[in-house]
Design a protein around this ligand. Structure first.
Ligand SMILES: C[S@@+](CC[C@H](N)C(=O)[O-])C[C@H]1O[C@@H](n2cnc3c(N)ncnc32)[C@H](O)[C@@H]1O
Length: 202
């Protein structure tokens, strides 16, 4: 987040906001921040975690609305979400995201799983992140709960950056690969896109 160019008068969206950890940071640096998620439990926790923050709006959305968002977003951040979407879902959201960007807006999709996903390295990096943050035990417990809930049995839709960038260009955006992932795993990657003014997609 600290790597992103943001300004105080911006309007942001954290898509797939989960428990809204990132929104709390975004809201301290932007005028207005929306958090969308499809999970009812996540929405409840996100609302709880952001209660008392007047510039945050949390909404439950499970499919793209028929029209683009008003007001337009200056930053749409999608972290650790697209691997949960099949191709059709991703394409529909990409169109909505790029169409809902303001003229100066950027879409950042981060923590994307490539086809060759080094699970062992990801696991070791996760443990060492938990250790550095001083929450290794809590992290292991969360991991255990996720395993128990069958999270790792769910299908993950892995995509290489070439494929994601192609999908972005088909949806009316112009994207590029960032030098590094914006979340802590080095086994994943991030891209940034803007609306392509030459694109025939509205
Ligand atoms: C791994 S969590 C990431 C949460 C948060 N972005 C973060 O980085 O901490 C994935 C989140 O995406 C949400 N999600 C998955 N598919 C979604 C969809 N189609 N529309 C909206 N939210 C979705 C899930 O409910 C979950 O909260």
């Amino acid at each position: 987040m600290r790597e992103l160019p943001v300004a105080k008068d911006w309007i942001g969206l954290d898509f797939g906001c989960g428990h809204a950890h990132l929104i709390q940071l975004m809201a301290s640096r932007m005028r207005l921040v929306f958090g969308f998620d499809s999970g009812p439990n996540q929405i409840g926790i996100a609302e709880n975690n952001t209660s008392g923050m007047p510039n945050v709006i949390i909404r439950r959305l499970s499919a793209p609305p028929p029209s683009f968002h008003v007001p337009r977003f200056d930053l749409i951040f999608v972290n650790s979400v697209v691997e949960l979407m099949n191709d059709d879902e991703l394409d529909r959201w990409l169109q909505w995201w790029t169409g809902s960007l303001s003229g100066r807006g950027a879409l950042v999709i981060s923590d994307v799983m490539p086809q060759k996903n080094d699970r062992l390295r990801s696991f070791i990096e996760s443990l060492s992140w938990g250790f550095r943050q001083g929450c290794l035990l809590g992290y292991c417990y969360e991991y255990f709960l996720m395993m128990k809930a069958g999270f790792f049995r769910e299908q993950a839709f892995c995509r290489d950056s070439d494929e994601l960038l192609l999908r972005i260009s088909r949806s009316g955006g112009r994207g590029r690969l960032l030098r590094r992932n914006l979340d802590f795993l080095t086994t994943r990657y991030a891209v940034m896109a803007v609306k392509d003014s030459r694109s025939p997609v509205p």
